[in-house]
Design a protein around this ligand. Structure first.
Ligand code: GUN
Length: 284
């Protein structure tokens, strides 16, 4: 079985991005800038934001984190987003989710200028994905596609099964696989006999957040398995797939950790560079 080593591929991508930033610096250009906003003290969010901060520093972006108290009013957050939209030094804006209770996530996300929406969550970018137009794509599914590409795993003509229908992963994942000419089936919590469908998958993407949901008997011999799940259990971090049980059957599989997670952050950097490039020319 081939281990789809997201950690190594992400490091390679960061090296490529760092080289491009070095070029910009050598020419005396303005550096790409990402601003991350985090509201409140959610412990998982704090970890994710620190990782994003570290990745930005590694590639040489001019980045900042705006940390706001749990009690931040909606209007104040919208005002900060407006200021960042207008700031020419800011190419990308990322609002870390989830927001504390009392803040309207949709209202905030839609306020981010679509051309600075490096998360790809703005309805305009989602709409562009549906229509096959260029735009900023959500980082996790874009990271999965990049990982498959770099391992020369083609999607055209394959049956791709996506388990999960979230706005952040499952839905855009299905659309990107479709764009890559796969035949796509989306399963979710109301799908009866999940295994009967996952067994048909040439490419199986699990993105539900249920530890070891995908067992050995649910996967076909020779399938490519992509595990997007990150579940904190007593046994440590585990994915949505029973990794040791699937190892003899899968042709290729992502580990957890070290698979999709690092690719998500690498794609955030790639999206920021795309937004930077689009900033001074006509947008998309
Ligand atoms: N919280 C968990 N994952 C994500 C993500 O990809 N983007 C944002 N903004 N918040 C998150």
């Amino acid at each position: 079985m081939i281990v789809l080593d997201g950690k190594a591929v992400a490091a390679q991508m960061r090296a490529e991005i760092r080289a491009e930033v070095e070029n910009i610096r050598a020419r005396g250009g303005r550096l790409p800038g990402l601003t991350v906003i985090v509201v409140g003290e959610d412990p998982a969010s704090q970890v994710y934001v620190r990782n994003k901060e570290r990745a930005c520093a590694e590639v040489g972006f001019a980045s900042q984190v705006i940390r706001l108290p749990e009690t931040t009013a909606q209007e104040r957050l919208l005002g900060i987003i407006d200021d960042l939209n207008a700031d020419p030094a800011v190419d990308g804006i990322l609002l870390q989710l989830p927001l504390p209770r009392g803040l309207d996530t949709q209202k905030c996300l839609i306020r981010i200028a679509a051309h600075k929406d490096v998360d790809g969550f703005h309805p305009e970018n989602m709409g562009r994905l549906v229509q096959g137009l260029p735009g900023l794509r959500p980082c996790t599914p874009a990271g999965v596609m990049e990982l498959l590409r770099r391992y020369d795993i083609t999607c055209a003509g394959k049956h791709a099964v996506v388990v999960g229908r979230s706005t952040i992963v499952g839905k855009p994942m299905a659309l990107m696989l479709l764009e890559a000419h796969a035949t796509v089936t989306v399963c979710h919590s109301r799908t009866p006999d999940l295994g009967a469908i996952t067994r048909q998958a040439d490419i199986l993407v699990a993105a539900v957040g249920m530890p070891c949901l995908i067992r050995e008997d649910m996967v076909a011999e020779g399938a490519v398995v992509v595990d997007v799940g990150i579940n904190r259990t007593e046994a440590g971090l585990v994915g949505d797939c029973d990794y040791p049980a699937l190892t003899p059957k899968a042709a290729a599989m992502t580990p957890v950790p070290g698979g999709v997670g690092p690719m998500t952050i690498a794609m955030l950097l790639a999206n920021t560079l795309t937004a930077y490039r689009q900033h001074s020319v006509s947008r998309f």
